[in-house]
Structure formats: structure tokens, C-alpha cells
Design a protein. Structure first.
Lengths: 80, 234
């Protein structure tokens, strides 16, 4: 089974990198781009076949390592 | 006092802090030479102080300090901190402390996205701690910073609780000790440069006291921190 974890900054947490990207897009002539937020995507394969067990495992991975829940949210996608 | 300096792959201030501790021990003729502990150890001799040094442990992969926070030795560090053993985290060590939850908050990318490497002045918020007894309350000290991710963040409720409990250790200030926006090198909320845990036995700070602990290196404002620890813990 494939897992994909999206880690994003929580609302209200400033994202200076997102702001820099937004300004760079503006400078390139892409007008009307707002609210750019940068995050990360982490992909991996799982030996676990049971979707609910796999989800629980990935949830624990997010809590323990993949996201810092003080400032980040995460979303889990499972496939296969 | 006996201290242990934990060494991670990518640590680069471990030797500097070792020297600063050794010199403090020598000056006061108390305590013993610090122990250097590799991150793969799961236990080490009893010590009075554990230091998590600066550097770029694990290449700052995922988030600064996140990998180190999960390395084998860290379970032991967290267990000893819970028993009241003093822990000092400097720069990358501060990032590890936030990642393990030993101190609140998190250190984000600097607001202007630049690596900042220069001397700053910080205000000592209290002298009532193991770490700051040799400073005056409100004293402005000059100490270098060198980091890309030192932008301290905690939510409003957490900050309010920390202020009430006196958990703010240092704030970036100007030469007169005024807390100003201009004096803030990285965008940290409320100019926070260092914080304690609730019992003030754990201190995390971004500036490097070990880099200005010897007058031959251009200043010695970091020295009282090490002298104070040796005196308090011997």
C-alpha cells in the first residue's frame, strides 16, 4: 500500500517562504496570486494491507515524527 | 559538577562547549571534566548537567532537531530531565528541546529567510535560575547567534502561561536593554531568544554563550552562564 502525507502550516502561523514565493510569482507576471503556503509531501510504501490499520500506523508516524503539531497540520492519503 | 555533552552526527559546537565547561570547572576548582556522549548510547554515567550542543544534527533533515529528538540517547535525556537533571540546549540543541517537548514552542525559519550570523544583545529576564545566577536581572549581554531557524513561535495562550510562570529566559534587545523590533534578528515572537521549562531546570537558547566565554575570542559575556552552572551544581 502506498501512503502520502501532506504536511502544511496551521492557519495563523506565518509562512515567510510562502510569502517569498508569492512575491516571486508576482515578479514573474502571474497576477492575482494570493495566500501562498508552502508545505511538504512525504511518500512511502507500507507492508500493511488492512486500510484501517495502515491509517492508524501513519497517524502515529505523523504524531511522532512527520509533523510538528505545534505549527503543522497533516493529511493522509492511502492508495492500493 | 559533572556534565555530559551529547554529540550527534552534524554537531559542530560540541567541542566549544566542552572547552567552556572545562575552563569554568578549572577556574572554580570544582567539578570534573565533561563527558562526551555519542548519540547512539542508550545510557551514560550519572551527571548533573546534560548539554545538547549547536550544529546541524542529521543535516537538519525533515525539521531542525527532529531526527536528533528521536535518536537513541534522547530517551535517556528526556527521562533524566523528568527526574530534574539540568539540561542546556544551545541553538540546534534548543531546536531538539522543542522537538522533544522538553520546552514549549517551536523554532521556525527566520522571518527574513536569511541565515543570521552575528553578535546580538539579549536581556537576562531573571537571575533566579541555575543558568543565570551569575548575571543581574535585566542585564544586557552580548552573545553571537548563527542560525537559519531561530524564529521562536508559540501560540498566544502558551506565551501568556509562560510569561506568568517566568519561563522566558532571554529576549533580544538593543545595547541599552530595550526590547525593540529592530533588535530582533529572526522574527521571534516577543523577541524570545531563550526559554525554560516549568521548573527552570531545562534551558533552550538560540545564542551561543560558549562562543564568547573566553576574552581571547573577543568577549566573555557567555562565561557567567558556565560559572553559574558549576557553582550551582557542584
Amino acid at each position: 500500500m502506498k501512503a502520502r502525507v501532506h504536511v502544511t502550516l496551521k492557519n495563523g502561523v506565518l509562512d515567510p517562504q510562502g510569502k517569498a514565493i508569492e512575491q516571486a510569482l508576482g515578479a514573474l507576471g502571474f497576477n492575482g496570486v494570493e495566500d501562498v503556503r508552502q508545505g511538504k509531501v512525504i511518500e512511502f510504501s507500507l507492508a500493511e494491507r488492512d486500510p484501517s490499520k495502515a491509517r492508524a500506523d501513519v497517524e502515529a508516524m505523523c504524531q511522532k515524527l512527520l509533523a510538528n503539531t505545534v505549527i503543522e497540520n497533516y493529511a493522509i492519503e492511502l492508495d492500493g | 559538577m559533572k556534565a555530559a555533552v551529547i554529540v550527534f552526527p552534524g554537531s559542530n559546537c560540541d567541542r566549544d562547549v566542552q572547552v567552556a565547561l572545562k575552563q569554568a570547572v578549572g577556574r572554580q576548582s570544582m567539578g570534573r571534566e565533561p563527558l562526551m556522549v555519542w548519540h547512539k548510547e542508550t545510557t551514560f554515567d550519572p551527571v548533573d548537567l546534560i548539554v545538547l550542543p549547536g550544529g546541524f544534527s542529521y543535516g537538519d533533515y525533515l525539521r531542525c532537531g527532529a531526527m536528533a529528538a528521536n535518536s537513541p540517547v534522547m530517551k535517556e535525556v528526556v527521562a533524566r530531565a523528568a527526574k530534574g537533571v539540568a539540561v542546556l540546549g544551545i541553538c540546534n540543541g534548543f531546536q531538539m528541546l522543542t522537538e522533544t517537548g522538553l520546552v514549549p514552542g517551536v523554532l521556525m525559519r527566520n522571518a527574513d529567510l536569511r541565515f543570521v550570523c552575528r553578535d546580538v544583545t539579549v536581556k537576562v529576564e531573571t537571575s533566579q535560575s541555575l543558568f543565570t545566577a551569575k548575571y543581574e536581572q535585566g542585564q544586557a549581554i552580548r552573545i553571537p547567534v548563527a542560525h537559519h531557524d531561530g524564529n521562536y513561535f508559540a501560540d498566544d495562550d502558551t506565551l501568556a502561561a509562560m510569561e506568568d510562570r517566568g519561563q522566558i529566559a532571554f529576549r533580544y534587545c538593543d545595547a541599552e536593554g530595550e526590547i525593540t523590533v529592530e533588535a530582533n534578528p529572526n522574527g521571534s515572537r516577543r523577541n524570545i531568544a531563550g526559554v525554560y521549562n516549568e521548573t527552570k531546570t531545562v534551558l533552550g537558547l538560540m545564542p551561543h554563550p560558549e562562543r564568547l566565554a573566553d576574552a581571547r575570542l573577543g568577549g566573555s559575556d557567555g562565561r557567567p552562564l558556565f560559572d553559574g552552572l558549576v557553582e550551582a551544581l557542584s
